[in-house]
Design a protein around this ligand. Structure first.
Ligand code: PHE
Length: 364
């Protein structure tokens, strides 16, 4: 590697030869600056103030020159300094250009290679049915309300007019959260057995009039079989205003069922009981598969039971500070899995939670 020689002879010929040798070395080294590292080494080697080659030229050539030669040597050393500066600046540009080229080459992708295929997911059939139901009621001006799946005894039962120890609670097969004995009964936590607690939460939050639907997951202590599942979905509805009548309930549900199953479908209302509605009804639709003649899905009866419903019991209004003398309303609740099984001809409710791809792929 080039080193700056000590000069004995300061004649023009000797100076010219030494300068030519230095230029040759400088040009060769400049070419080798191909990235940040090699450029910095090159710059420091030549320009470092402490012991760079330029400093050495200054010391060994200029300072050592005898008096009469100083003028000429000074001019030569200045020219060398300028030449070094030009080459260093060129080398910097060259190095960054080459480094960018190398980076681009290393990041090249072959767009002709086959890509990684991610299979598209689809909505679960239960959620599809739920979406369809929701959109029917949204078109009628209902908004959507939600509530927690871990609910208190108060919202799931007490405020819905199930008194403590009332036998109607037994019909709900409740799953209770463990270790709640030290709490007051109304604060004990459970998995909500229906979406009706969202009625209470909504009326606590909103002043009347109220028109909401509450889609969501509910839980019951049922052993799973073809028609029972410990976890399923409901769609709740609540409408409260002045002068709401049973006629409004019938008209609303009749319209909703016709939107879902076709305009030929008829609805039928039979008396029933729920603690939070009075009067209460079970709503059936004429079988959309056989038109009422009798077939397998309707168990030859011509009718399919789909909903519980009724006029909001005035006692419920008492729990949420709604004035039962001024207000009336109706509520309804339906099981979404039931509807989905009918819609897609599924004969085992457990398919919805097994997570078996062969079942789910049929809906892609
Ligand atoms: N919550 C009731 C159930 O799960 C259904 C229902 C909702 C009935 C609203 C009347 C009014 O069985």
């Amino acid at each position: 590697m080039y080193t700056v020689p000590k000069l004995e002879d300061f004649s023009p010929a000797s100076l010219e030869a030494a300068t030519a040798e230095l230029h040759g070395a400088l040009e060769a080294e400049a070419l080798a600056a191909v990235d940040t590292k090699t450029f910095e080494d090159f710059r420091n080697r030549w320009m470092s103030r402490k012991n760079g080659l330029l400093t050495q030229v200054n010391d060994l050539w200029l300072k050592a020159a005898p008096g009469p030669a100083k003028r000429d040597v000074g001019r030569i050393v200045n020219a060398i300094r300028q030449f070094v500066e030009v080459l260093v600046s060129n080398a910097e540009q060259q190095a960054s250009r080459l480094a960018l080229g190398a980076k681009l080459r290393s990041e090249t992708i072959d767009i002709s290679l086959p890509g990684i295929e991610r299979p598209l997911g689809v909505r679960h059939p239960v959620l599809r049915t739920l979406d369809e139901l929701v959109s029917v009621f949204v078109k009628m001006g209902y908004s959507i309300a939600e509530g927690p799946e871990v609910e208190s005894d108060y919202y799931n039962f007490e405020a819905l007019n199930f008194p403590p120890n009332h036998p109607a609670r037994d019909t709900q097969d409740t799953l209770f959260i463990a270790n709640q004995e030290q709490r007051a009964q109304r604060d004990r936590l459970l998995l909500r057995t229906h979406t009706s607690p969202v009625q209470i939460r909504t009326m606590e939050k909103l002043a009347p009039p109220v028109r909401v639907i509450c889609p969501g997951k509910v839980h019951r202590n049922d052993a799973p079989d073809a028609t029972h599942s410990p976890v399923f979905h409901q769609l709740e509805g609540l409408c409260v205003d002045t002068n709401i009548t049973f006629g409004d309930l019938k008209g609303t549900l009749d319209h909703a069922m016709k939107s879902l199953f076709g305009s030929e479908v008829k609805t039928s209302f039979r008396p029933s009981f729920f603690p939070f509605t009075e009067p209460s009804v079970e709503v059936s639709i004429s079988c959309p598969f056989c038109g009422g003649k009798g077939c397998r899905p309707c168990k030859q009866s011509g009718w399919i039971e789909l909903l519980g419903a009724g006029m909001v019991d005035p006692n419920v209004f008492g729990f949420v500070d709604y004035d039962p003398k001024k207000l009336s309303g109706f509520a309804f609740g339906m099981g979404v899995e039931r509807l989905t099984m009918m819609n897609y001809n599924v004969d085992d409710i457990q398919q919805f939670f097994y997570g078996d791809m062969r079942f789910l792929e049929q809906f892609a």
